[in-house]
Design a binder for this molecule. Structure first.
Ligand code: F0G
Length: 352
């Protein structure tokens, strides 16, 4: 069986690396594009729907794509420590790749608003975790200033290498389908990923591939929708803590991507996110984190606008195991506890 070398080796010609760049990789990328027939059936009109399950990356989110590039380039530049602000996934990826590259990592997180799995990752990968009494937007302000004043390299998506790595997800979709989808549905927080996908689809088209470009459909949670309403949100709030961001740093680039692609931004409520989250798990066997389900929630919400026969890809940015509390608190499972340990009781409970 072929051993996938990681996205830098796989797409070297498309990335700003040279023979001198030390490649720090966990063999990220090559995530599956999975057909989701029960979602397609709900949309109807002969539409084909796939999910790009980026929760299967080594640390469980799409951030690994950006981090292999950011950390490799930081290493190439001789840097010894990196810093980021994070709602959780960036911190997990930064911590893992920094350690693999022999560097320290400092991560600022909003105290109390990072899902358990992500916090566990940052700690076990050996990050130095600084939880602030403030939200992500405040943490990002602080780390940007810190990176100017101190010898630490910023690995948030303001670091251009992050988006370079993340654009490879678009390449993989085109490689898998043979063309680009008509719609690309994607959750937005700091809006780096939608920017990276758009860059990827465009660059691949201008290279060897002659595919059409997708409409970029970006979705935000209602309590945290600065791009939908063209504003900033002082106190963003949503069950999807990954995208609990009120002042996206890549705002202008995301708006360009939307306008150039004839795309659109819409909000989805927390209830709609949870419905899509449960649908993906129960009907398709795919467990993503709540922020990721915003892409499917958005597709459900805007289904009347999907053209007949279209191909749609929803990006599932993170693994469901990142946020076990959300799953435990939002399911319709039959969970029978405190049973007597005998067959009669068990069979009875099973309804036999
Ligand atoms: N989905 C997940 C699971 C995320 O973790 C994030 C962002 C997004 C979507 C939104 O991506 O910011 O590029 O628009 N997480 C960042 C973090 C903010 O710190 O992990 P975006």
């Amino acid at each position: 069986m072929h051993n996938w070398p990681g996205l830098i080796e796989a797409y070297r010609g498309w990335l700003p690396v040279s023979a001198k760049t030390p490649v720090i990789t966990l063999h990220e990328g090559a995530t599956p594009l999975i057909p989701v027939p029960s979602i397609a059936e709900r949309i109807g009109k002969g539409v084909r729907v796939f999910v790009k399950y980026d929760g299967l990356n080594p640390t469980g989110s799409f951030k690994d794509r950006g981090m292999t590039m950011a950390i490799s380039k930081a290493k190439e530049a001789g840097c010894e420590a990196v810093i980021c602000a994070s709602t959780g996934n960036t911190s997990a990826a930064a911590a893992a790749y920094a350690r693999r590259g022999g560097m320290r990592s400092f991560v600022l997180i909003p105290d109390g608003y990072v899902a358990q799995g992500k916090l566990a990752q940052a700690l076990i990968y050996g990050a130095e975790v600084l939880a602030i009494r403030g939200n992500f937007d405040r943490a990002l302000d602080i780390v940007r200033e810190a990176a100017e004043k101190y010898p630490v390299t910023l690995v948030n998506s303001t670091n251009p290498y992050r988006l370079q790595g993340q654009k490879t997800a678009a390449f993989e979709i085109v490689d898998a389908l043979g063309y680009a989808p008509d719609w690309l549905c994607i959750p937005m927080g700091n809006a780096g990923n939608i920017t990276a996908y758009w860059m990827g689809f465009q660059e691949y088209q201008q290279g060897v591939h002659n595919h059409k470009l997708p409409r970029m459909m970006g979705f935000q949670a209602s309590g945290s929708a600065p791009l939908v309403y063209d504003t900033t949100v002082d106190n963003p709030n949503t069950i999807a803590t990954a995208i609990r961001i009120g002042n996206p740093v890549n705002r202008a680039k995301a708006i360009d991507a939307r306008n150039a692609s004839n795309g659109a931004f819409f909000e989805v409520t927390d209830a709609e996110i949870i419905t899509a989250y449960q649908f993906l798990s129960c009907k398709e066997g795919i467990f993503c984190e709540p922020a990721s389900a915003a892409s499917v929630a958005g597709l459900f919400k805007r289904k009347d606008e999907v053209p007949a026969g279209a191909t749609v890809v929803c990006v599932l940015t993170g693994n469901g195991l990142k946020d076990p509390d959300c799953a435990i608190n939002n399911n319709d499972a039959a969970f029978h506890t405190n049973l007597d340990p005998d067959l009669d009781t068990v069979a009875n409970t099973m309804g036999f």
